[in-house]
Design a protein around this ligand. Sequence first.
Ligand SMILES: O=C(O)c1ccc[n+]([C@@H]2O[C@H](COP(=O)([O-])O)[C@@H](O)[C@H]2O)c1
Ligand SMILES: Cc1cc2nc[nH]c2cc1C
Length: 356
Amino acid sequence: MTGSFEERVAATVAAVRPADAAAMAAARQRQARLTKPPGSLGALEDLSVRLAGIAGVCPPPLPEPAALAIFAGDHGVHAAGVTPWPQEVTGQMVANFLAGGAVVNAFARQVGAAVTVVDVGVAGPLPAAPDLRDLRVRPGTGNLLTGPAMSRDEAVQALAAGITVAGELCDGGARILLCGDMGIANTTPSAALVAAFTGTAPGAVTGRGTGVDDATYARKVEVVAAALARHRPDPADPVGVLAAVGGLEHAALAGYLLAAAARRVPVVVDGVIAAAAALAAAALAPAAVDAMVAGHLSVEPGAGVALAHLGLAPVLDLGLRLGEGTGAVLALPVVAAAVRALREVATFDSAGVTEK
Ligand SMILES: O=C(O)c1ccc[n+]([C@@H]2O[C@H](COP(=O)([O-])O)[C@@H](O)[C@H]2O)c1
Ligand SMILES: Cc1cc2nc[nH]c2cc1C
């Protein structure tokens, strides 16, 4: 891979193009001709039209094989007492993903998605594992309550890491990318990012993460508010926002989303971490949203705020708040079904079915 991190991010941003209007018009027309009452597939019809727009062709290709990347990082804001879980759980869960023992591994096996685990900023040492992609930028972020989470250069390096992973997965044959994350405390920077990019009050975007008690929740809202007051992140400067109040996995996911859009490959957003990253990607390249599918609506309130801001309707709403990419993985069969409808269902003309 040639070029500086900055050049690679700039080139990816410049390569993002909006959805193809002609392919979308053709998909809409084809939906109207399929042997079913018009509109009877509800949200799947809009989804199929969007997928045609992303691919630039109607019908779009089947979204297989599918590849999930789980970006893992730690967070200096852990020291502020925003989560009940010890920081070392991030690295321990990375080992669990690599051993195939996490929830997302079970779900990925169910839908046939390949899992790649990427260290972009875990704090502690990780066991050497051939399957672990080591793109660590630094061992955890700084505490966003007392200083920037990272430098601008580190944010750009993490963005480039996500671009690298998306490129490798697409070059390896993936026809759809799925977003995953792991990082104890990362719902706090997620809330800060959503507040910064959407202008929403901290209390409306901060949630209970892994399940914090009332006292911890109140502290979390205060931490998000104090971080925003301290850094005054400017949404017109997305790299500055990521550096001030983001996380390494957020920046990497933003790069991953941008690279998928640049390659015209659909990319499924997971919960609040990926949704916050999607806001950063959209701030860098607004048309990147056209390549995004919202896999599910996380319980975390910032997720709904972010998806509404992006204009994305979630495929599933199951009350999930796990992360790891679980909601994106579960949405995959629905996305594939939307494509199959356009590709495989007969038309009134071809099947000789009488219209009303
Ligand atoms: O995906 C979500 O919306 C989501 C909601 C709540 C928690 N999580 C996961 O839980 C961890 C962060 O939770 P917390 O409470 O430590 O900030 C991190 O590993 C996330 O993947 C993820
Ligand atoms: C056990 C555990 C698993 C997770 N997976 C994603 N975030 C997580 C947080 C915890 C605490």
